[in-house]
Structures are given as C-alpha cells and as structure tokens.
Design a protein around this ligand. Structure first.
Ligand code: BAL
Ligand code: ZN
Length: 895
C-alpha cells in the first residue's frame, strides 16, 4: 500500500479532451443469472492529446489509465484493434491498463495525439461499494468522487484532466424509462426489442469525478427558474414514485439557493437544466455532478410526518451546498485531491452563509460550532490529525473528513472576518475571473484573496500546512487610572503525529468589552494574533474593570482558555450583545459544572450541589422563553442544552466516558430538580396544537418545548414516563414524535416498547423513518442497550448494504452513545469491531469510517485504552483481508 504525497504532484503526460461514452444496460448473458439480472457494457471513445507543455516525461511516454473491476472486451487506437499478445497494451494486477508508447507513437505519427476506444463489461448489481455505477432499488446510478470513474471505464481518473463529455444510454424502455446524464439532453429515440436511448452533452469540460449517469423508473416534480440574465432553467427533482410528495421542500430550497448565489456572489447557473435524483443507497450526503446531482434520500425527502425540523434545515443546506459547487468546485475545480478543501471548505462556508441568511445567523453559527467541536476537535486530537490540506493519503475516500470540510470552512470564514464581506467578495471575484474553467490549488485561492485586497496572507498558509487545534489563552488587566484595558493573547498548538512542533498561526480574534451595565465600551474589534504572544491595548475604557467578550462569533477554530468566574459567565449569558457568546457563556458555565461533577464521581466522591448563580442563569433563560414578543427560542433552547459528551470528553486530560456521562446526568438532573416548575411552565406554554410550519419561530417553539421535555424526563420516574408517553401520543409531526420517543426510549417500563412498536407500524416501511427507529434505540440510555442493538442487527429491516441503515444503528451507537459504546465490560467495542469486519467486505468506505470510533484509544483511562487497542489489533491481524480504506484508518490509529 503506497501512500500518495502532495509534493509528488506532476501534470499528466496526456490530456483527454473529449470523452464519448455509450452505456448499454442489457440482460446478463450468463444462463445461470437470476431472471431480470443485467450487466452493462461501457464503450468509451477518448480523444487523447500529448501534454506538450507541462508533461513531466520526455518523448512519447506510456499512457497509463486507471481501471478497477473492469472486464476489457475490446480496445482500438485510431479505429485499429490492438493485438492481445501483450505487445500493444498490458493489464496489470490492479487492472491498470497500459497503452504502450510504441503504439501511440506509430498511431500519432510521433505527435502523441490519438483516439482510444475501449469496451468494458461492468456489473452494477454486485457493486456494493456504491462507487462507480451501481444499482439502488430498481434504479441505476453512479458515484464517481473521488475515484469511482475508474470503476466505469479506463481513464485518467484525476481532477486536473478535464474533458467535454457526450453520453448515450441504451436500456429497456419499460423498466428504465428515465435516462439521464450531465448537461443538456440532445436526442432520444426508440430501439429494437423494446429498448430506447437518450443522448446527453455537457458543454463544460469537467473532470471525471463530476460525471453522472442515472437510469430508472422514477417520479419527479418540475419547476423553472429565471436567472439574473433572464435565461429559463428547467428544474426537475426525481425520486421513487411513492416519494414524489416529499420533494417540494427540496425544490423550494434549490430556487432559494440559485437566487442567493446571484445576490451574494453574482454567480449564475450555466446550463438549461438542473436535475436532482434521490437514491436510497448512497455513501455520502449528496454529489454535485454537473447538472445532475445525485442525492442520498435523507437529504431530499421531507414531509412533516416523516422529517424533523433538523431534517428540513439540513435538506435546505445540502441542496444549497451541491448547487453552490457548480461554481466553487465545478467551474473551478481542484488540481489534485490534496486540494479537496479548496472546493469543500469554500462550499461549506457558502452553504453556512446561505443558511444563516435564510434563518437565524446566530442559531446557524451555534449549530456549526457544536458540530466542529464535537467531531473536528476530536479528529485534531488523535493520530489522524491532518491539516485541512493533507500531505499524503492511501485512500482518498478517507479524507472526506470534518477537518477538510468543517475546519476548511472555518479557514475560509477567517478570510471573510479579516477582509470583511466586501473584501471577501473582491477576492472571490478575482478567484473566478482568474481560474474559471481550470483545476487549481488552495494557494491560488489564497493568492486571489491577498491580491484583490492588498493583504498579506503569507502566514495564513500555516492553516493549510499544520494540523491541530490551537489553544489561545487570554489574560486581561485594567488600569483604572489610565482607563486602559490590556488584553494579552497567547497561542500554542500541541504537536501531532509527524508534526511535533508548530509555528504560530494568523488568528483573527473578535473582541468586545462590556461595562457592568451591559453597555459595549468599545466597538467590536478583530484583533490579529500572529505571534506566540501579543498584548493589545484598549484606551478610554470607562466605568471600572470591563467584562471581555472574546472570540465573538467563534472567529477562529481554536480552544479559548480564559479564567471566567461563574458570575462573569452568568453576566455574559444575560448581557452579551453577541448572541453566539451568550450561548458560549451558557456552555462554559455548564461545562465547568459537569467536569467538576465528573471528577468527583471518578474519584468515588459525591458531586457538589450546583452553584446558585448557575441555576439562576438557567432560570433566566427559561423565563425568556415565556416572552412572546419575538424572542428567538432556538437560541434559548441551545443555551439550555448541555454541551454534548464528545465535546466534553475532549476537555478531559484522561477520557472517562462513563463518569462523564454520569457527571452530565447529575448536572441535568440538578437543573431539572431546581427548576422543575419553570421547565413545566415553559413546556406547557409552548405545547400547542397548531399546524406544522417550518419557520424559525415555529422551529424555535418546538425546539425549546422539547428541550424542556427532555429535562422533565431526566428523573426516570413514573411522572416522566407519563409525560413522555402523552407527548408521543399527541405528536402531530415527526419533530415532536421523535423528541418524545427519544425521552421515552431511555425510561423504564413497558411504555417505551409500546411506543416503539407504534412508531414502527406507523412508519409503514418508509426507510428514512425506520432509520430513526433504529437510531433512537441505539442511543437509548438503558442498561441493556447493547443487547437491544445486538438484537436489532438481526432485525429483518437491518441491512449492511444500505449505508443509512447501517449508520442509523451501528454508527449512532459507536459515535453518539458514548456511555454504552465505552461500557466497562467491553462488549460495545467487540460489537463495533465485529461490524467493521462484516461491512468491510461489502462497503469499505462505510467500514473505514466506523473503524475511526477507536482512533482516540490512547486518550482513555487504562482499562478502556487496552480494550480499544485490542480491537484495533484484532482488525489489523486480518491483514490482506482488510480493505485499503479500513487498513489506512486502523494502521494510522495505532501510530
Ligand atoms: N463532493 C462530495 C459531496 C459534497 O461535499 O458535496
Ligand atoms: Zn461538497
């Protein structure tokens, strides 16, 4: 297994300028094949051109094409069949195809330009990796990013090779009436034997990873959009027929995204059609193929009875994300896969901005930071810590990480913070003006931002080079006589595997100073921390020692260390004008209480009672929830929500997940007990039987109500069971139904099983609803959760072939039920390792991701550390039987 290195990048020796593909989906000729089985022949005609300028090799070098699991049937150069005697081409063990230089030299009269045609056979029905061309339900679809195109045909499967694609698809008309590919439809027609064809042409040169093809019998909804220059674009979203009533929200989201990108970035859609197809079996969330997005159904389908508010929000965000890729990703793409964050960090940032504009900016920021802290900070603290632009990989699929995506978006956000909205827009305009139609690097983006604004971003490169989360320490001092406030900011980043020491980062720290009356004493300011330590002075600060509000809006992806008393935090919770930092104060107040309780419990002691300041601060949030004059209840709900266990675990020097769970439960119970009447008042006031609306107000109402319900169920008594059971029975939308079921599922008594039964029956086999049913049980806080999860792996609706279903049960258990996954007896570890091994045989991408659940093993206390390591050793011992994806994760975890 050879890693690839960023430093080894060279341009290819050949370009492919035109790619003509013929897909023929035909009955399997094998007489033993089951009735209805098919195979697919792919004929590819490539116009190949010698890279005269930049190709690294002299003369007429070999052309080496990527190929995986292809059966070569025919091969010609300039229309002449090549001999199969080994003199003209070779198929290596990995099935790479080598067309020898000699052949090319002769065919191209020494120039290196020629036409290569291959015909291969592929088997979509047995492609369970879901990479390349495969079958999902009754439909055929493709997934090519990162390296799936080589599973369709022999190709230079790398993002810097950009070709114009023409595609013809032929299939049986009755079974596969819909035939789609990228770009615009050029022709359709009938063929003999009940077959038909469609031809598609994409006028924009693109890399192979953006190719897509779909054949199926699907329903759709159609709409249209007039672009800012007045062109009409036909919009169509496809799904299985029974799901067509769940597509409207996705369509609305698409139109909003198209308008937003015009308004905010002046970017207009460029084809006549925009098609989206939803499929049930998909490794990722969605894929931005040019003009033909393929989506995981989980990010398209929604109606109030089947989707939660969070699902609605996520769908809007992912539809936008894939749409925004049309410019940030497709029109300007990546030179090589090390640059993935060039398109992903930028596009995540753009979708975050969009969602902030569609709803509440503060709520969106809180949601994004919650995810970053839980997932990305954990990644940064383990052996797989990598910079947003990694230096090496074995399997690119393993680098679709929270670091590349979410931290990548934070890095883009820092340009925005440092330059302001107008400066950032200037940088974006220059980036697109310079690079439209090309495959470029993160350095090109950084240069565009710098050049458009005359700003020095040279030190900023370290965000692309260095892994790890910087710790920023803040210390303030007030000189009453001089009315001067001095703020000293220091930074330190711990060493990571392969990078023992780090240089200082360029960190924007947004700061405000509040007076005792809550007034802003200075305008909110962005300080640029560039040294290991710097002191910043604020003059004319009146009114005594101010309370600093630091890292406003989470202006950089760092951990902030600052001494703050409970009183100061309660003050900030109540008075900070920065909504994000009001929430941040609530989280810090809660974290301090939880970590103290955890320490007491881990040492065999009893946690101290909650400080009255903390209780009062939470009481004030609840009181605000009763205010009907336009308060943002989502913000209040998040202020009441305790930090999640994964984030808290990252704050512990030695990870003790079970003690942490108990410490967190202790704080939650203490708050619930101290504020029971207040929680009940708010719950009852917000528990209204009104029509379901997906508005920020209504989402906020449901969110706050359900947070109160969860507190009211913390004491696992009969009252809690009755309350949750009643909430479940009365629920009229999925948001309320799942919130009540989540509470009930962790409570004692038969009610939970009755409710689960009802939920299952009401699902009527809807896969997305059943996923929720599996997850709720995997997340339950019950002594026998592990047994229940075991039993569910044998449930007829469980499947290892469907990534959503597998992750709903096993992924949820391993990544989000920490107390049960890390249970003392080690059974959680054994179950998850068993599942890694089982699913690795079908879908290595899914297996590798699950194996990551063990990667922080060194940070746990001894017993767990040893048990986790022994499961990693067990996986490693499989040797060659392990997929490359899983091998990479397991071997790096052991570093
Ligand atoms: N490019 C893979 C899916 C996404 O990030 O949009
Ligand atoms: Zn993306």
């Amino acid at each position: 297994l050879q890693p690839k290195y960023r430093s080894s990048y060279r341009q290819p020796d050949y370009w492919i300028r035109h790619t003509d593909l013929l897909f023929q989906i035909v009955p399997d000729p094998d007489p033993e094949a089951p009735a209805g089985a098919t195979v697919t022949y792919v004929t590819s005609t490539l116009t190949v051109e010698r890279n005269a300028d930049g190709g690294p090799s002299p003369g007429i070098p070999n052309l080496e094409l990527d190929g995986e699991e292809l059966t070569l049937m025919e091969i010609t150069v300039n229309g002449q069949p090549l001999p199969w005697d080994g003199s003209a081409f070779l198929l290596t063990a990995e099935s790479d195809l080598l067309v020898l230089g000699k052949t090319i030299e002769a065919a191209s009269a020494g120039k290196g330009d020629f036409t290569l045609q291959t015909r291969v056979l592929i088997r979509p029905e047995s492609n369970f990796e879901l990479s390349g061309f495969y079958k999902s339900g009754s439909a055929y679809c493709s997934q090519c990013e990162a390296e799936g195109f080589r599973r369709i045909t022999y190709y230079l499967d790398r993002p810097d090779v950009m070709a114009r694609f023409k595609v013809r698809i032929e299939a049986e008309k009755a079974k596969l009436p819909l035939l789609l590919s990228n770009g615009n439809k050029m022709a359709t027609g009938e063929l003999d034997g009940g077959r038909h064809f469609a031809e598609w042409e994409d006028p924009f040169p693109k890399p192979s990873y953006l190719f897509a093809v779909v054949a199926g019998d699907l329903g759709s909804i159609v709409d249209s959009y007039k672009t800012m220059s007045g062109r009409d674009v036909r919009l169509e979203i496809f799904s299985e027929h029974e799901n067509v009533d769940k597509l409207e929200h996705a369509m609305t989201s698409l139109k909003k995204s198209m308008r937003w990108d015009e308004d905010v970035y002046g970017l207009e859609y460029d084809l006549d059609v925009y098609n989206i197809v939803a499929v049930n079996d998909f490794n990722m969330g969605a894929m931005e193929n040019k003009g033909l997005n393929v989506f995981n159904t989980a990010f398209v389908l929604a109606k109030p009875e089947t989707a939660t508010d969070t699902d609605y929000e996520r769908i809007e965000g992912v539809i936008a994300h894939e749409y925004f890729h049309n410019w940030s990703g497709n029109r300007v793409t990546c030179q090589d896969w090390f640059q993935l964050t060039l398109k992903e960090g930028l596009t995540v940032f753009r979708d975050q901005q969009f969602s902030a504009d569609m709803g509440s900016a503060a709520v969106k920021r809180i949601e994004d930071v919650r995810v970053l802290r839980a997932r990305q900070f954990a990644e940064d603290s383990g052996p797989r810590a990598h910079a947003i632009r990694p230096e090496s990989y074995m399997k690119m699929d393993n680098f679709y990480t929270s670091t590349v995506y979410e931290k990548g978006a934070e890095v883009i956000r820092m340009y925005h913070t440092l330059l302001g909205a107008a400066g950032f827009r200037k940088g974006m305009d220059l980036y697109f003006a310079r690079h439209d139609g090309s495959a470029v690097t993160c350095d090109d983006f950084r240069a565009a931002m710098a050049d458009a604004n005359g700003k020095d971003f040279s030190q900023f490169e370290r965000w692309y080079l260095q892994a790890g989360t910087p710790v920023v320490t803040a210390k303030g001092a007030y000189d009453a006589a001089q009315k001067r406030y001095s703020l000293t900011l220091s930074q330190h980043t711990a060493g990571t595997v392969g990078q023992p020491s780090k240089l200082p980062f360029h960190i924007p720290v947004r700061v405000g100073l509040l007076g005792k009356d809550g007034r802003e004493l200075v305008p909110s300011t962005v300080l640029e921390l560039k040294e290991a330590s710097q002191t910043f002075e604020f003059e004319n600060v009146e009114g005594g020692t101010p309370v600093p509000s630091l890292l406003r809006g989470f202006s950089a992806p760092v951990r902030l260390k600052v001494e703050q008393s409970d009183e100061d935090l309660a003050f900030l919770m109540a008075h900070d004008t920065d909504s994000f930092n009001r929430w941040e104060a609530s989280q810090k107040l809660a974290s301090q209480a939880i970590l103290a309780a955890t320490e007491a419990l881990a040492g065999g002691g009893t946690p101290a009672p909650l400080a009255p300041t903390t209780v009062d601060a939470f009481r004030a949030v609840l009181k605000a929830g009763l205010d009907d004059t336009g308060v943002d209840r989502s913000l209040l709900a998040y202020a009441l929500s305790l930090p999640d266990e994964l984030t808290l675990l990252g704050e512990m020097d030695v990870m003790r997940p079970v003690a942490l769970h108990e410490g967190r439960e202790h704080v939650k119970k203490s708050l619930a007990a101290a504020l029971k009447p207040e929680f009940m008042d708010v719950y009852q006031a917000l528990d209204k039987d009104v029509p379901y609306l997906v508005t920020p107000q209504e989402i906020g109402r449901r969110r706050m109500k359900n947070v109160c319900l969860s507190y009211l169920c913390t004491e696992k008594d009969a009252g809690a069971v009755a309350l949750a059971a009643s909430a479940f029975q009365r629920a009229t939308c999925m948001t309320d139904s799942i919130a009540a079921l989540a509470c009930l599922a962790s409570l004692p008594g038969p009610e939970k099983d009755e409710a689960l039964e009802i939920f299952y029956t009401n699902a009527k086999g809807d896969p997305l609803v059943l996923n929720k049913w599996f997850s709720i049980q995997a997340l339950a806080d019950l002594p026998d959760t592990i047994d229940r999860v075991h039993a569910l792996t044998r449930h007829p609706d469980f499947s290892m072939k469907n990534p959503n279903r597998f992750r709903a049960l096993i992924g949820a258990f391993a990544n989000s039920n920490l107390a049960r996954f890390h249970a003392e007896d080690g059974r959680g570890y054994v179950l998850v390792a068993d599942m890694v091994l089982a699913v690795d045989k079908l879908n290595p991408q899914v297996a590798a991701r699950l194996a990551g659940a063990f990667s922080l093993w060194r940070k746990f206390e001894n017993t767990r550390r040893n048990m986790m390591k022994s499961q990693l050793d067990r996986l490693m011992a499989v040797g060659d039987g392990l997929s490359r994806d899983t091998f990479e994760i397991v071997s790096q975890s052991l570093l």
